[in-house]
Design a protein around this ligand. Structure first.
Ligand SMILES: Nc1nc2c(ncn2[C@@H]2O[C@H](COP(=O)(O)OP(=O)(O)OP(=O)(O)O)[C@@H](O)[C@H]2O)c(=O)[nH]1
Ligand SMILES: [Mg+2]
Length: 299
């Protein structure tokens, strides 16, 4: 049998479970997750390889009405995948009614000449009747190639979705080596894991106002640990106070939790040092955005 391959984008509003799905398929955390909207800010590849096939998933930032240059970058990044993939997974939550955001995305999907599979996620949160109503409502809006309900969190029906994608793959080359799981370097994943902890531990505007940059990452021969130095950027000095916390307690908590995740990912002991720095309005400054890793990336 010949080898099959293809690119699949995961698109949808913020918070619907796109990254949770990607991580479930990959069996490890390559995209951070949180209950805050707009968690993912870059396109993130998850490369799923078996002896017969390679499916290259692209997780994308949740599509929303942008209010900053960072928001523009995120939404552009999500839509840019429409030119790069063979299939789109349009993900919607089972437990929230269709909204303007969904309609806006569907308008774009209709114009793109790519087959779209509707993935109704979070099926664990509704009863079968609610699920059927949700499916019917979306079915009335556009033609989907397939409609598949899943729970990305619990894993229900995810393997069925993979089977459907496999059946629709065309013959093709293996684009990436079988041991490669993502396109981003370890430094990116490290910075994201730190950002995830800040998202989990802070509220309101703080999660949206931070960026994390890894300044250095190298093995310390004496302690045999990976020594990582990272800076958490905030937009205002009041936010710096929040991230550092009373007597440094918050920053310590962020560091401890992030270190554990980073150690699991690297399979190595880690010594993590973090600093907090104010960069006024960085989300609207093109140069800062580029410095913090938010610049164009085409596949
Ligand atoms: N109950 C339930 N919760 C889920 C499911 N999938 C995801 N979630 C939760 O939904 C929230 C958002 O998940 P993410 O994977 O970060 O969502 P996302 O679509 O990547 O969000 P953005 O990156 O902001 O666009 C998290 O709190 C997840 O735990 C599911 O199948 N069931
Ligand atoms: Mg995400």
């Amino acid at each position: 049998m010949s080898f099959k391959s293809g690119f699949v984008a995961i698109l949808g509003r913020p918070n619907v479970g796109k990254s949770t799905f990607l991580n479930h398929v990959m069996g490890q955390k390559i995209a951070i997750m949180s209950d805050k909207a707009q968690t993912t800010r870059n396109k993130i590849m998850g490369i799923y390889t078996t002896p017969e096939e390679q499916i290259v998933f692209i997780d994308t930032p949740g599509i929303h009405k942008p209010k900053t240059a960072l928001g523009d970058f995120m939404v552009d990044a999500a839509y840019s995948t429409l030119r790069e993939v063979d299939t789109v997974l349009f993900m919607v939550p089972a437990d929230e009614p269709r909204g303007k955001g969904d309609d806006m995305i569907m308008e774009r999907l209709k114009q793109a000449k790519v087959p779209v599979i509707l993935v109704v996620n979070k099926l664990d949160k509704v009863n079968p009747e609610q699920l059927l109503d949700q499916i019917q409502d979306f079915k009335d809006q556009m033609d989907f190639k397939e409609i598949i309900p899943i729970s990305a969190l619990q894993g229900n029906n995810v393997s069925h979705l993979i089977d459907v994608l496999s059946e629709n793959l065309e013959e093709g080359v293996q684009y990436f080596p079988e041991d490669m799981i993502t396109d981003h370097p370890e430094r990116f994943l490290v910075s994201e894991m730190i950002r995830e902890k800040v998202l989990h531990l802070t509220r309101e505007e703080v999660p949206h106002s931070i960026a994390v940059v890894v300044d250095s990452m190298k093995r310390d021969e004496e302690t045999d640990k990976i020594h990582i130095q990272a800076t958490i950027m905030v937009e205002r000095s009041s936010q710096k106070g929040i991230v550092i916390g009373k007597g440094g307690a918050m920053l310590k908590k962020i560091g401890t939790l992030a270190r554990k995740d980073i150690e699991t990912m690297l399979g190595d002991k880690v010594f993590l040092e973090t600093w907090v720095k104010v960069k006024k309005n960085w989300r609207d400054k093109k140069l800062d955005l580029a410095d913090f890793g938010y610049n164009e990336k085409e596949y």
